[in-house]
Design a protein around this ligand. Structure first.
Ligand SMILES: Nc1ccn([C@@H]2O[C@H](COP(=O)(O)OP(=O)(O)OP(=O)(O)O)[C@@H](O)[C@H]2O)c(=O)n1
Ligand SMILES: O=C(CO)[C@H](O)[C@H](O)COP(=O)(O)O
Length: 451
């Protein structure tokens, strides 16, 4: 597995809409086609998607099928659905799940507010699951609210990082060629062993490619292929493009896919997926100040330090005094990390206001939102024990907002008179903030950290 370039893209737009329009954060994705150019073409295609999600994930080696394994407490399949939902030109998304997981899947759709999803029962093999999904899209199904598409995309439920551009490229190529699929260069050389366990021959790596997903087909082509398919193909086949070739003589167009199209297969892939998601949601940080912009104070010092330390990230500063308008804008931009700097106001007044605004928004439904409440201790004017005691309220506050997927911790920065020592305290504070934002480690929740 080869993850994408660090910070190349932001997370796909959530199911619960913050923007009100599908794919509205497209500028943040690794877009190949300009949005204005591509939009009319996208709308002109009648496209549906079929997601096989009925496997047991044997190679993962855990009791939960991998598509339901949690990443940052959300099931993997929800990330894949979110990625497909961004493409509003995909009209229906048919997911094949086993009867025993049907209820769990319905719960996921409700909880994460997924749209345009229909469920069908999975088969005992991947090909049979896909066939069931295709059958649901055929017009001859009684009481079906689904319509027969011109093009159907097939995508594994366990490939969460598919980009809208790749989806569109395979769909457009399928319309032209009848079938299309994403490919990647081979990472290892493929060899063929002989029955005695010795090398028979090796393939020339540069001449071969790994077949990935998504793939897309003219619906009539792939449906006809599955209808003619032998039991052997349905049982042991692994390649839909091959079925289109074998049964309908359609040669698929191959489209270069992005590096993070890989399929979550082993346990280590879950860790890799989690790292990619964490990195994507930590690309923007919002510093909320309880003072006016032009006021000079130690909070500004921390802000400068964070801006220097996180110069590869987008750091935005807002104040809550302007009726929270700036903050609303930051929330709309899908910023998932907040540093609330309390210089003027007492203890958690400002943090509470920030938490209320976050709770009212839909922001934390899909991703955990980190909030660090920063305080300063000038021990000449306030006794340490009194300040600490006041700040210990953080525990209760954190417990309450954790239910809403908001991860809160406190940070107390010592404020010595000595300039150099103050500089050191602020630097340590900035390091703690950076670590919590990057790691989103639940061990920090409700803690009062000291710098
Ligand atoms: N009977 C099956 C088997 C697989 N799949 C789906 O096909 C996709 C790709 O298959 P794979 O990675 O092989 O998944 P599993 O079969 O679950 O994994 P394993 O082979 O390790 O058991 C997954 O989304 C999986 O849920 C399916 O819908 N129905
Ligand atoms: O990459 C793919 C298509 O080319 C499929 O994801 C893959 O073939 C599925 O096979 P399996 O279920 O055996 O992993």
């Amino acid at each position: 597995m080869e993850p994408g370039p660090p910070g190349a893209t932001r997370p796909a737009e959530p199911g619960p809409r913050l923007h009100g329009e599908c794919g509205a954060d497209l500028a943040a994705s690794a877009s190949l086609l300009s949005r204005a150019e591509a939009e009319p073409q996208r709308r002109a295609l009648a496209v549906a998607a079929v997601l096989p999600a009925g496997g047991s994930g044997e190679r993962m080696g855990v009791p939960t099928p991998k598509q339901f394994c949690p990443i940052l407490e959300r099931p993997l399949i929800s990330y894949t659905l979110q990625a497909l939902e961004r493409a509003c030109w995909i009209k229906d998304i048919v997911v094949a799940v086993t009867a025993e997981n049907m209820e769990a899947m319905e719960g996921i759709i409700r909880r994460y507010q997924h749209k345009r999803i229909s469920l069908v029962e999975a088969g005992v093999t991947r090909h049979r699951s896909i066939f069931n999904g295709l059958k649901a899209l055929a017009q001859d199904q009684p009481d079906s609210k689904l319509s027969r598409p011109e093009v159907v995309i097939i995508h594994d439920a366990v490939r969460p990082f598919v980009e809208e551009d790749v989806l569109f490229q395979v769909a457009a190529a399928a319309k032209e060629h009848g079938a299309a699929g994403a490919i990647r260069p081979l990472v290892s050389t493929v060899i063929s062993p002989s029955p005695d366990g010795c090398l028979d021959h090796s393939l020339e790596r540069a001449r071969h490619r790994a077949s990935e997903m998504p793939q897309a087909f003219l619906y009539d082509v792939i449906y006809a292929a599955y209808q003619q398919c032998s039991d052997y193909d349905l049982e042991f086949g692994t390649e839909c493009l091959q079925l289109a070739l074998k049964y309908c003589h359609v040669k698929a167009k191959l489209v270069e896919g992005s590096p993070d199209l890989w399929k979550v297969t082993y346990k280590r892939d879950l860790y890799a997926a989690e790292s990619i998601i964490k990195e994507r949601i930590s690309q923007q940080i919002c510093i909320v100040m309880d003072t006016k912009e032009d006021e000079e104070h130690v909070g500004r010092h921390l802000e400068e330090m964070l801006k220097n330390e996180l110069n590869h990230l987008k750091v935005t500063s807002v104040t809550l005094c302007h009726a929270g308008r700036d903050l609303q804008q930051v929330i709309l931009e899908q910023c998932y990390s907040f540093v609330c700097v309390n210089v003027m106001t007492s203890e958690f007044e400002e943090t509470q206001k920030l938490l209320n605004t976050l709770k009212e928004s839909n922001l934390s439904i899909l991703y955990p939102v980190v909030v660090i409440s920063v305080h300063f201790l000038d021990y000449k004017s306030v006794p340490v024990d009194q300040k600490m005691e006041n700040l210990m309220q953080i525990r209760e506050l954190a417990k309450e907002v954790k239910k809403r997927n908001i991860l809160l911790c406190g940070l107390l920065i010592f404020y010595p008179q000595d300039k150099q020592k103050l500089q050191e305290s602020v630097r340590q504070g900035a390091t703690i903030i950076t670590t919590f934002i990057k790691e989103r480690n639940s061990g920090f929740i409700g803690q009062l950290l000291v710098a």
